[in-house]
Ligand binder design. Structure first.
Ligand code: AMP
Ligand code: ZN
Length: 485
């Protein structure tokens, strides 16, 4: 599989430390509010990546953190803890906020058919590990204590910037714009590993440490959690593109300095979902959530389909019109599958393998989901039987996660029920003798309805029941004739 690697700026063959096994890490949500559908674009695409790796035969260990401490309102060391801000907004404790929005996040994931990672670790559950890592970084000369905080010393690195081609000055200006300089820092990009001297008095969560009572920086969480659950060699690290700098850059600095060897060779960043008027943000008035989509009558899986129609490295513009177009295509796909009979014939293994191969070719090319979706249309057009089409759609949907077979099966069941409930139009029942018998005629009509939906067993049963009552029927054009025998 070829996957774009942000660390090398090119598409590369994806290789793992242990053949056939992937250690994968994803930056999890900061649980101070609902996730917006932009955040969820990242999680949908990372879910497809994980599922595709499994489809391609890898065994995957996927780890994700839940950020419930240390992420400041700026991604650098400025502002206040987002969790504290959330707690204050809702007059609750930080832990109440964390629990509520963690559950809300996984609720959204369930609705979007995003698999729960193998390991989910809240950041507050690993404080001792961060303290141990920070102490090692100090012992190795990569970190220092100044003004009460512990800082990572980026001056000890041969190379700090990994993901961007900008020069250092430009970046530093970008990071610092409008922000008062922290004079404790030896180098402008040094960052906090452990805060003891908080810029705000009421930080809710604090722990004892060798450097005084305080709390960990955001970046150390992900390094600590990944090194614990993925081991020393991570194969693949994912996140939204805004995580690349400074968060991922700082994760690499800490982890490699701590381990003393390269840490993660492959980095995957999902481009942003934006609205026509710019970046999607939680601080903007009405922010777009899965619940809002549902309130407006949208199936969350139609949003998943909308995301998959675009490549993960391209910015995606959200608008209700764009979503409506995706809904139309998604529903058409389901309807086209629903007219095929899954019991039609036996699965043609050669055709199935060919269709899966075509899908694999699309996805092996940097997870090209738009082309992967095109293969769904190829399946529906394929000159093969219903059983093979259903099997092929089911196989691809293990990765795409659109619940196509489930929805098409529901549609078939609904249609069969509606057909069975509707009387057969223009069906006339007459007796040869001219008599009328309501019970007999109702049974004859039921038999016609059963035949219409191809329930031949029921039709035969009714014929036998009529025979037992001494009634014989003859099918004629547009109806049936009966007589007593
Ligand atoms: P947060 O909860 O802010 O820590 O973000 C959770 C994830 O969403 C991170 O991987 C971010 O990089 C990602 N993210 C944030 N904004 C967007 C966006 N507009 N589109 C796609 N991903 C985003
Ligand atoms: Zn992270």
């Amino acid at each position: 599989m070829y996957l774009y690697n942000s660390a090398t700026h090119r598409k590369e063959e994806f290789k793992t430390h242990t053949p056939g096994h992937v250690e994968m890490y994803t930056c999890g949500p900061t649980v101070y509010h609902f996730a917006h559908i932009g955040n969820l674009r990242s999680y949908i695409m990372e879910d497809v990546l994980e599922k595709y790796l499994r489809f391609a035969g890898y065994d995957v260990n996927r780890v994700m953190n839940i950020t419930d401490v240390g992420h400041l309102t700026s991604d650098a060391d400025e502002g206040e803890d987002k969790m504290l801000k959330g707690a204050r907004r809702e007059h609750k404790t930080v832990m109440e906020i964390a629990q509520y929005y963690t559950e809300a996040f996984f609720d959204d994931c369930r609705k979007l058919n995003i698999r729960r990672p193998d390991v989910v670790q809240p950041a507050t559950g690993m404080i001792d590990d961060y303290i141990r890592i920070v102490q090692t970084l100090i012992d190795k000369g990569h970190a220092y204590v100044a003004g009460g905080n512990v800082y990572f010393d980026t001056g000890t690195l041969d190379r700090y910037y990994v993901f961007n081609d900008h020069n250092e000055e430009d970046l530093a200006v970008g990071v610092r714009e409008g922000v008062e300089e922290d004079t404790n820092k030896r180098n402008k990009n040094d960052f906090v590993l452990w805060f003891t001297k908080s810029k705000f008095e009421d930080q809710a969560l604090k722990w004892d440490s060798p450097w005084g009572v305080g709390y960990p920086g955001w970046h150390i969480e992900c390094s600590g959690i990944s090194m614990k659950y993925n081991g020393e060699y991570l194969d693949l690290h994912c996140g939204g593109v805004d995580n690349a700098f400074p968060h991922h850059t700082n994760e690499i600095a800490q982890s490699e300095s701590y381990l003393g060897h390269p840490w993660c060779p492959h980095w995957c960043h999902v481009a942003h979902l934006n609205t026509a008027d710019g970046k999607m943000s939680k601080s903007k008035g009405e922010f777009l959530t899965v619940s809002l989509l549902e309130e407006k009558g949208y199936d969350p899986l139609a949003y998943r389909f909308f995301c998959l129609q675009s490549h993960y490295r391209k910015n995606l513009v959200f608008s209700w019109d764009n979503l409506d177009n995706a809904v139309v295509s998604y529903n058409k796909l389901i309807a086209r599958l629903a007219v095929l009979d899954p019991a039609d014939g036996a699965v043609d293994e050669a055709v199935l393998a060919e269709l899966k191969g075509k899908f694999q070719k699309a996805m092996d090319n940097d997870l090209n989901t738009p082309n992967g979706i095109t293969v769904l249309y190829d399946i529906l057009k394929a000159k093969t039987n219903g059983a093979t089409c259903w099997a092929a759609v089911a196989a691809l949907d293990e990765v795409l996660g659109l619940k196509l077979c489930e929805k098409a099966a529901d549609q078939r069941a609904r249609e069969a029920k509606a057909a069975a409930a509707a009387p057969v139009a223009g069906f006339t029942v007459v007796s040869e003798s001219g008599e009328t018998d309501e019970a007999v005629e109702t049974l004859i009509r039921h038999r016609a309805e059963a035949k219409k939906v191809k329930n031949f067993a029921e039709a035969d049963r009714i014929r036998d029941e009529l025979k037992a009552r001494g009634v014989e029927i003859t099918d004629v054009a547009g109806g049936a004739r009966w007589r007593r025998v």
